[in-house]
Each structure stands twice: as C-alpha cells, then as structure tokens.
Design a protein around this ligand. Sequence first.
Ligand code: GSH
Length: 241
Amino acid sequence: MITLYAFGPQFDLPDPSPFVTKGAMLLKMAGVPYRTDTTGFNKAPKGKLPYIDDGGAIVADSTFIRMHLEKNYGVDFDKGLSPAERGVAWAFEKLCEDHLYWVGLHARWIVDANFNKGPRTFFDNVPAPLRPLVVAMVRRQVRRNLWGHGMGRHTIAEMEQLAARDIGAIADFLADKLYLMGEAPSGADATVFPFVAHALCPLFETAILNCAERRANLVAYRDRMMRQYYPDLAGLDGKAA
Ligand SMILES: N[C@@H](CCC(=O)N[C@@H](CS)C(=O)NCC(=O)O)C(=O)O
C-alpha cells in the first residue's frame, strides 16, 4: 500500500500543508488505497512534504506524485477535458502553488499574530531551551525563501492586492460550477480545494481570508469538497454528504 508522508491534520484543515492535502486528494481521486505517515519529514528526499513510498519507489513533490499515479495506475485526472481546458486547469493549479501560496506563507510565518497561533506550535516538541533558537532559524529561512521567490520583496499591501486577484480569478472561474472545471472533479480540484480551504481558515487573520469569505461560491465549494473527501473533518463521520 502507498504511504503518504504528511504533517497530519491541524487548524481544522486536513494538513497544514496544502501540498500534502493535494497529494492525499490525488490518491483519493485515483481510488488508490494509501496510509498516512507523519514521521517522514526528516527523511524527505527534497526536504519537503509530501512524498510517497509506493512499494519502495519514493516519489517526492505533489506534481510528481500525480504523474506517478497517471503513469503507474492509468489515472487520467483530467478525463473529459479538452486540451484547452487542460491548459486552464494546469494554469489555475500553478497560480495556487507558485503565487497564492507565497502570500499565505508570508501571512502565517512572518506576521507575528498568525505565526504565534499557527506555525509556532510546530516546534512544541523541540526541547524548551533550544526552541527560540530553532524557531528563529526556521523563520529566517522562510524569510529568505520569500525573498528568493520575490514575493517577500513586496509590501504587505502589495501582496494582498496580488492575493485578491488570485482569489477573484478562482471564484470568477468557478462561478456556479460544482468543481473547478465543470460538473466532475478533475486534477485541478486536488490543488485548488486545499488552497481555498487554507484561504478560508479562520484561525489566520489575513486579507486573503477577507477576500475569500466574501465569495459565497468559494465557501460553498470548500464545504462541498470537505463533505465529499474529508467527511470526518467536516463533522459528518462518513454520513452521506
Ligand atoms: N513543490 C512541492 C512543494 C511542497 C512544499 O512546499 N512543502 C512545504 C510545506 S507547505 C514543506 O514541506 N516545507 C518544509 C521546508 O521547506 O522546510 C510540492 O508540490 O510538493
């Protein structure tokens, strides 16, 4: 059985990493049985989660997990979509991963009020005397990554403007459809849903949350996807969505 290396549910989200949730969503959508292991971060081949172990084959990165499932399990996550729709689906996925993600990362890791409620708890198991040092070191690294990506060079107001366009684009394109690309789930939902769920996480007070909350179709989409794919977390305990 495939093992998905994850952080584990937190903040009422399936995982504090939208990429891990994407990996889980792909496995769920593919109908491939898997188990979750929350002890694999130190052995992550690319230093990040998620990665999977499929009978000894280690596949790191959510997009390569998708490609692995497509190649080895004959899954077409974009079944029924035209080439143009596949292009749009891919672009939305990457909008979330390579743009919106960075604004969220800044909001959670750099803004003290959010950091203290959220990511700081990741370090609870670090011995107390070392904890402030480790926290400062990791936060410094996150700041460097944000600078390297470029998002961290903008002011908070500028980042918020960019995130508002991202959220607006997703909400406008989703419109009143059930799933991002139409009436059936497709690969893009595996990514867009976790990012929408993260945007709507009420724990973090961010402009992204304010934007997303105002789009009723995004809230309904998040709720629908939670009921369908995470009934336990949606409070349904497996009851029909
Ligand atoms: N491109 C990767 C991104 C994964 C990623 O950024 N994971 C983050 C959590 S959201 C991580 O593990 N970060 C740990 C670190 O950078 O030290 C994917 O699609 O899987």
